[in-house]
Design a protein around this ligand. Structure first.
Ligand SMILES: CC(C)=CCC/C(C)=C/CC/C(C)=C/CC/C(C)=C/COP(=O)(O)O
Length: 204
């Protein structure tokens, strides 16, 4: 494929400029004094709903309480998905090192050192990964399925509105989270291919 590098350079620079302009325009909850500053507490509540700590602790708790093999298998894979997500996001953040938007206030609840970087959004990867996981492994009524997808979308949007991320951080985060689920599904852990994990758990 013979791509003109200067054309590609111009296209990328234009995309970046649009990204920065749009992200600044959408960052309406970036501070208490911003135009939508009064909605900031609600956005921060959404932020907690997609944070790694509640998801990890909730999964570990359910894993300890689960008394069926099928339930344990799903939860073990959920734990694997969450850890894989943390690892891949930390790796990419550390490699790309894109700064968070200038209008962001760094007042997030429990962060890792790489979380000073913004590409990709960890909340967006988790939202896409968890919603795909839930939709594939929980039997839910249609309204609840719609709610799960809506949660993921609003969580992604709230990252830009809070000023935490640029639009491209969230868009790539959604893509990465979606792909991560395919990895989890491909490597699905079961008592047949990872007996040690399941034996450890049943010897309690
Ligand atoms: C409990 C187990 C089994 C392991 C712990 C693994 C670990 C290191 C957990 C840390 C969780 C944590 C602090 C995640 C950070 C989540 C966060 C603030 C991401 C930033 O999101 P972003 O959308 O702003 O990029």
């Amino acid at each position: 494929m013979d791509l003109n590098p200067s054309f590609l350079g111009i296209a990328l620079r234009s995309l970046l400029a649009i990204d920065l302009w749009l992200s600044k325009k959408l960052g309406v909850c970036a501070g208490e004094s911003s135009s939508w500053g009064s909605v900031r507490p609600l956005m921060k509540l959404l932020e907690i709903s997609g944070h790694g700590i509640p998801w990890l602790l909730g999964t570990l708790y359910c894993l300890c309480r689960s008394d069926s093999w099928a339930g344990r298998e799903v939860l073990m894979n959920l734990l694997f998905a969450l850890l894989l997500d943390l690892l891949l996001v930390a790796l990419i953040k550390g490699l790309v090192r894109r700064r968070r938007p200038a209008h962001n206030q760094m007042d997030m609840f429990v962060t890792l050192s790489v979380d000073k970087y913004s590409f990709p959004s960890g909340h967006a990867t988790r939202a896409a990964l968890m919603s795909r996981f839930i939709l594939n492994h929980l039997v839910l009524a249609i309204p609840l399925r719609v709610l799960v997808v809506l949660w993921a979308f609003v969580l992604g949007l709230s990252r830009v509105m809070l000023g935490r991320h640029n639009v491209t951080d969230v868009a790539f985060g959604f893509f990465l989270g979606y792909m991560q689920y395919s990895i989890v599904d491909y490597c699905w852990l079961s008592p047949h291919n990872a007996p040690v994990l399941f034996l450890l758990r049943s010897q309690r």
